[in-house]
Design a protein around this ligand. Structure first.
Ligand SMILES: O=C(O)CCC(=O)C(=O)O
Length: 266
């Protein structure tokens, strides 16, 4: 299978072309083994504390787990986000996902809002949730809890047929152009909200964890929190604080007076 693999750091013109064409790309080996171990331990703590029984997503883990907080502005990834959005965006959510041992496939979907479908905004569906998925387990072969994406589907004028989405069997839900992402632990998948995707099967006898950091324009509501934790805001860095979307005035994200986050220029 072709793989949209790119290098960390600055968004090149070729990276942009790949993103526009496929709707996603992969940066291999972003995290060191130690960083992966620290993020995995943090993920397990979060899900154990919450008692996640099966498949589950926990938000706000970055507020209490420094290893996950570090991913908010990872230098291998942040320049890609900045290259695609420009300088004004927020961390809309950080979801830590557990797929249990021997977990089944998830359902095909696009990201967005069930309350107000992003499709109502126009076509092509705009980029509103840019997701950086930090893979925390080895997924170098299929059926290791990989993500499966349909390349270019963010531009499709038609949706994935209901019969495929709701099919009775694994075969009925299979799509011949589905791309099962195979990558090492510590690699990062970055994708557009409108790409059709699902959680692929997991045959391993261990739980699989992924840390999804989701970036949005500054006027999008956060979905993993109603308020930021004041202690976290106090403790974290100015750049991360800016990504939490705390503005001096409620109209700041709409107005010309928006102060961009204090980036260290690349
Ligand atoms: O399996 C995962 O970690 C991701 C699940 C998913 O597709 C989503 O959160 O939109």
């Amino acid at each position: 299978m072709l793989n949209p693999v790119i290098q960390p750091g600055h968004l090149t013109e070729l990276d942009r072309f790949i993103f526009e064409s496929w709707g996603y790309f992969i940066i291999p080996d972003v995290l060191s083994e130690d960083e992966v171990a620290a993020c995995l331990a943090a993920s397990k703590r979060l899900h154990e504390a919450a008692g996640t029984p099966a498949f589950g997503q926990i938000g706000r883990g970055y507020e209490t787990e420094p290893a996950l907080e570090h991913l908010i502005d990872h230098p291998a990834v942040l320049p890609k986000i900045r290259g695609l959005y420009g300088d004004r965006f927020i961390l809309q959510a950080g979801w830590n996902t557990k797929q249990p041992a021997h977990g089944p496939m998830g359902g095909w979907h696009q990201d967005g809002s069930g309350a107000y479908d992003f499709k109502k905004l126009g076509h092509p569906i705009p980029l509103l949730q840019l997701r950086a998925s930090f893979l925390l387990n080895d997924q170098t072969r299929p059926r290791m809890g990989n993500m499966e994406l349909i390349p270019g589907s963010h531009r499709s004028l038609v949706g994935l047929p209901e019969g495929v989405r709701r099919g009775e069997s694994e075969e009925a839900r299979a799509v011949p152009i589905g791309h099962v992402i195979c990558a090492t632990a510590g690699s990062v998948l970055i994708f557009h909200n409108a790409v059709w995707h699902r959680t692929y099967a997991h045959d391993g006898d261990y739980d699989r964890y992924t840390m999804h950091m989701i970036y949005s324009p500054p006027w999008v509501r956060s979905s993993d929190r109603l308020h930021n934790d004041p202690a976290f805001l106090q403790r974290t860095t100015p750049l991360r604080r800016a990504f939490m979307g705390e503005f001096d005035r409620p109209d700041a994200p709409y107005g010309a007076g928006y102060t961009p986050p204090p980036f260290d220029n690349e």
